[in-house]
Design a protein around this ligand. Structure first.
Ligand SMILES: [Zn+2]
Length: 136
């Protein structure tokens, strides 16, 4: 995110506030590859070409099923109920998403669990308060 410096009035700024973390680009890429490989394996699990047709056959029976496209990580974050910031690769949850009977530590632990299940294992200690302000 680009932040323009200089005087701006409050009315023209917007802020993004979450308890969350910056996704590591390498771990994110690996997680996405693993997700794709899993979907591919599931799609092709029960498929077999018609062995009586020979190796070069291109008929519908001998054509593997199309592997569904997986969305980008932003779509996956959104599907998991996470807020995100594309440029900074930030994922998390707004403080407003904290439940009334939840402590801050429970909230942070819940966010770490969602990120772990969605992308790659993270520790609650890695979840921090992140605020990004954009002036327009
Ligand atoms: Zn065939």
């Amino acid at each position: 995110m680009k932040i323009r410096t200089g005087f701006v009035s409050n009315s023209s700024s917007s802020s993004f506030v979450v308890f969350g973390l910056h996704l590591d680009p390498n771990k994110l890429r690996q997680a996405m590859e693993e997700r794709e490989a899993k979907i591919r394996a599931e799609t092709l699990k029960d498929w077999k070409r018609n062995v009586t047709h020979g190796e070069g056959c291109r008929c519908s029976e001998c054509t593997p099923p199309k592997v569904p496209e997986i969305g980008g990580w932003c779509q996956i974050a959104e599907d998991a109920g996470l807020s995100y910031l594309v440029e900074e690769r930030v994922v998390g949850k707004s403080p407003n998403a904290m439940k009334s009977d939840e402590t801050k530590q429970q909230f942070i632990t819940r966010i770490a669990r969602i990120i772990s299940e969605t992308f790659y294992p993270v520790d609650p200690d890695q979840v921090q308060y992140i605020e990004e302000v954009e002036f327009s």
